[in-house]
Unconditional design. Structure first.
Lengths: 243, 219
């Protein structure tokens, strides 16, 4: 079986069709449809409890969906001049977890930062875990990039909320992955951090990356809005207006 | 490499956090209380010692089960572990191994000291070490099954302990008879073999069961 190419820059398209989600037996949303191609950013908005986080977790394969499907179209960028034909994406239905896990980064509301470990140790572990072991010099370079070099040797429990978020965001750069799933990435970040985040997001998109971001605050990036609007207040009236 | 990193991290967390210290403290406090509780009858103490060491060890291990998944789930690390491209079964094996190396092995290495406190003869301490070592892998691997089933629930530690307790009974029985026979100078071949078999069986089966339990939790 030929493996689809999901490295950054490869031409990919993610289509979510009629995605539905239920928590604890109650429908949260249904009929969510969207398309993402290279350089696209989708902003997921909606009231509290409208399922923004659930949708991101579904895309990451961390939560099963009750309805719908994802379709990845991937086209290998020809290394030489021959024009590769588009191939229907990876076999996501069979083992969604395994295949999607190597395509996306998920920056959740929780930072996955261990307070008992030093900042550098935290990052070193995730570097190992994502298959890109780093030496101290490389770790420090990455910490500099997210503005935490001065805190490299302190315990992560001593970080402020915003600093811990920066440490979580550092995972985005451990290995390049095409799809970034960001859940409230601005929470806790200061003005400078916010600009920095928009900058790295812009750079990622410029490289042909894809971003799904769930946020209340507007990013100053031109993005498609996907409004989740159903469920919590009136479960019988669900809209299907999504993009 | 990935699994080695996970194993190393879990051991580090056990020692920097409360996991290993709590288990160690509990084990020794229980051992030290026993002589005070039953008085100065040395012969009686020696009769009780083997069983009591096992019981104290198991309770200390049950106490440490909650930490296996709970903190990872709460701080989002567990999601990231799933995104690393490693099958859940391997994650569980690495975590069980880390639990054994980080928490149980130190307890066992200090167990001869506990044995001295309970009037076990120095010659028998070596046998005791062997029996405990043979029975201990099953404690980790059966324990992680309970921890996985209870993961994500409030007070998961208590539930995990209740679930795992019956599974520990065979280890307790064979471990204790093995230990008692060793202390009487008899051979202990068959108990050791049974303990090792229990360990091997749990190593093979419990990662599958624990992974299934955690996957079901995702739903």
């Amino acid at each position: 079986m030929e493996q689809a190419d999901f490295t950054i820059g490869a031409r990919v398209r993610l289509r979510g069709q009629n995605i539905g989600c239920a928590r604890a037996g109650r429908p949260i949303f249904e009929g969510v449809t969207f398309t993402l191609t290279n350089g696209d950013i989708v902003t997921i908005t909606g009231a509290n409890g409208s399922g923004k986080t659930s949708l991101l977790r579904i895309i990451a394969g961390l939560l099963p969906m009750t309805d719908g499907q994802f379709i990845w179209d991937a086209e290998n960028i020809p290394k030489r001049q021959n024009t590769a034909k588009s191939q229907q994406g990876a076999p996501l239905q069979k083992s969604r977890q395994q295949s999607i896990s190597t395509i996306c980064h998920f920056i959740a509301h929780q930072n996955a930062v261990k307070g008992q470990l030093q900042v550098r140790e935290n990052l070193a572990f995730w570097a190992n875990w994502f298959g890109a072991p780093m030496n101290i010099a490389k770790l420090d370079e990455l910490l500099q990039r997210v503005g935490l070099l001065g805190q490299a040797d302190i315990l992560a429990s001593d970080l402020s909320v915003g600093q811990a978020k920066r440490l979580a965001l550092a995972r985005l750069f451990i290995v390049p992955r095409a799809l970034w799933l960001l859940d409230e990435p601005l929470a806790g970040l200061d003005e400078e951090g916010r600009q920095w985040l928009e900058e790295i997001a812009r750079a990622h998109l410029a490289q042909g990356g894809l971003i799904c971001v769930a946020t209340h605050e507007r990013l100053s990036l031109p993005s498609t809005i996907l409004k989740l609007d159903s469920g919590t207040r009136d479960p019988h009236k669900r809209q299907r207006d999504h993009v | 490499m990935k699994l080695y990193a996970l194993c190393r991290r879990d051991i580090l967390l056990a020692w920097r956090g409360t996991g290993a210290g709590l288990a160690m403290g509990f084990f020794f406090i229980a051992i030290m209380f026993l002589p005070f509780g039953i008085g100065a009858d040395l012969q009686f103490l020696r009769t009780l010692a083997t069983g009591f060491i096992w019981v104290a060890l198991m309770l200390a291990v049950l106490l440490s089960l909650e930490q296996m998944f709970q903190s990872d789930i709460e701080d989002g690390s567990f999601d990231q572990l799933l995104l690393g491209g490693v099958a859940l079964e391997w994650v569980i094996i690495a975590k069980a191994l880390a639990h054994w190396l980080g928490i149980i092995l130190p307890l066992i290495l200090f167990a001869p000291l506990a044995g001295l406190l309970l009037n076990i003869s120095p010659q028998a301490l070596m046998f005791m070490l062997f029996v405990l070592l043979a029975g201990s892998p099953a404690l980790s691997f059966l324990g992680i099954m309970g921890a996985a089933l209870a993961a994500g629930i409030a007070r998961s530690g208590l539930l995990a302990a209740l679930l795992v307790m019956p599974l520990y009974v065979p280890i307790l029985i064979f471990g204790n008879t093995g230990l008692a026979r060793a202390l009487n100078g008899q051979t202990l071949a068959y108990e050791i073999i049974i303990l090792l078999l229990l360990g091997l069986a749990s190593m093979c089966l419990s990662p599958l069961a624990a992974a299934a339990a955690l996957r079901a939790r995702l739903k």
